[in-house]
Ligand binder design. Structure first.
Ligand code: SF4
Length: 453
């Protein structure tokens, strides 16, 4: 398909074990699908990919020789495979140390990175069928923000949830793929990346936090390193579905840091679905991190990052929840002073284990508890937003109309949190623009302010 007489030609040397062979097959398949020709000779090829082995010394030597030969015979060489991930005694990449002229080096399972390197040094042939699709794919969100999914599935078994039975256990996307997608989104004009998954704190657990490659650099598959990478892209990065494991504390420093590259930062915002506060109910829910001392965690986070906004969701009227346990939850709200909160009356999802728990509560009790919860939270939210009157906020504009503009601050995720209404101004404003606003009014959910500067 797509092959023409002028198709660019790629030579391929495949060394190593069956796993490496599968990687080679994947890369070759992608090259063919994109319209490259595979060449059998160095001289005839426009570029050569060498898939290496780094297992034992003789395999290392054979791989280094193969790279040397390809460089000598052709000159344009992309290296992938296990040897690409190895460093020598001084910590330098073994391939680069011996062959500094190679165009790119990646580790194993890095087909995307290899294809990127090939595209960079040997542009792919024009494809009239897929070249009409924007590079970042088709997005359903407005063009200035986008969701970035980092994993699929979940290793937990919360009793009210059937997601694991629908989507299976956690599968983390390779960190290189995630960052590459983020880069494309930013290139297409996205100003805010919303990191989503079922359990963002668990990113990388399934692959034992293995080292992946981001633009040829080795980077651990881990929430913290991912956040660090995304912070470099010059846009807002908002973390959703973060469970309160101890390593979340490490994010605070990053969230507290001032913006790099203009607005590039991991926002001081955590979406932590607590679901309840009472230990017995959390246990009945089988919540991850339920044994963590939630209030202590919140205090630690706020001490480390005073601007932190904490959003959460809760369930009221879980089967067997007593009035005293519900009251415990309301007291927790008083102490935790969360910024943004959603509460749902327990709803028995077909197939959820929680439906088997004795003590299901009548609809009226579930609804009444939900209403009490929301009333309590409305008071907390109103007080917290009142404290913002008089402050300067950086906001991202979502809409512009004849009355002014509607924007969001670092504390507001799209669709679920509040808004910042900007008074009418003569200054032309644009969707996707960051501006500074001085807040002059607030209510239980939203803020109002005027443009500054
Ligand atoms: S609610 Fe629990 S089981 Fe369901 S996706 Fe979230 S962490 Fe996983």
């Amino acid at each position: 398909m797509n092959q023409t007489v002028n198709a660019p030609k790629v030579g391929f040397v495949s060394l190593g074990c069956p796993k490496a062979l599968v990687d080679s097959e994947d890369i070759l398949t992608r090259l063919k699908v994109e319209g490259y020709e595979i060449s059998n000779s160095y001289q005839d090829a426009d570029l050569v990919v060498v898939n290496t082995c780094g297992f034992i010394d003789s395999a290392v030597a054979e791989s280094l020789d193969a790279i040397g030969e390809a460089l000598h015979e052709n000159g344009k060489v992309v290296v992938t495979g296990c040897l690409g991930a190895r460093t020598d005694a001084s910590g330098e990449n073994m391939v680069r140390a011996m062959h500094p002229k190679v165009l790119a080096v990646t580790g194993p399972h890095a087909s995307n990175e290899v294809m990127d390197a090939v595209h960079q040094h040997l542009p792919k042939p024009h494809d009239p069928f897929i070249d009409l699709v924007p590079e970042q794919g088709i997005k359903l969100t407005p063009s200035h923000y986008a969701y970035l999914k980092i994993s699929e599935g979940c290793n937990h078994r919360c009793t009210f949830c059937i997601i694991p039975s629908l989507r299976g256990d956690l599968v983390s996307r390779p960190i290189g793929d995630v960052v590459r997608e983020a880069e494309k989104l930013v290139k297409s004009g996205v100003k805010e990346l919303l990191v989503v998954s079922q359990d963002t704190s668990a990113y990388g657990v399934d692959v034992k936090f293995r080292t992946g490659f981001v633009n040829g650099r080795p980077v651990k598959t881990h929430m913290q390193t991912l956040a660090q990478e995304l912070a470099q892209l010059g846009v807002w990065v908002r973390m959703h579905y973060v469970y309160p494991y101890p390593h979340v504390d490490d994010l605070m420093e990053l969230m507290n840091a001032s913006a790099v590259n203009g607005y590039g930062r991991v926002l001081p915002y955590l979406d932590v679905p607590f679901q309840h506060a009472h230990p017995r109910v959390l246990k009945a829910m089988k919540r991850p991190a339920s044994s963590e001392k939630t209030l202590e965690r919140i205090l630690v986070w706020r001490a480390a990052c005073p601007d932190l906004t904490i959003r959460s969701t809760f369930i009221a009227g879980f089967p067997s929840e007593t009035e005293a346990e519900f009251q415990y939850l309301l007291d927790f709200l008083d102490e935790a002073q969360l910024d943004r909160v959603g509460c749902f009356a327990y709803s028995p999802v077909d197939g959820a284990k929680a439906n088997e728990i004795a003590g299901a509560l009548p609809d009226e009790v579930r609804e009444e508890r939900t209403a009490r919860f929301m009333e309590k939270q409305a008071g907390i939210s109103t007080a917290r937003l009142t404290n913002k009157v008089g402050t300067l906020q950086t906001v991202l504009i979502d809409e512009v109309d004849e009355d002014g503009a509607i924007a969001r601050s670092t504390a507001d995720a799209p669709e679920i949190d509040g808004l910042v209404y900007i008074d009418y101004t003569e200054t032309p404003l644009q969707v996707g623009q960051f501006v500074e606003v001085k807040i002059h009014h607030s209510d239980a959910h939203d803020l109002w302010g005027e443009l500054v500067g």
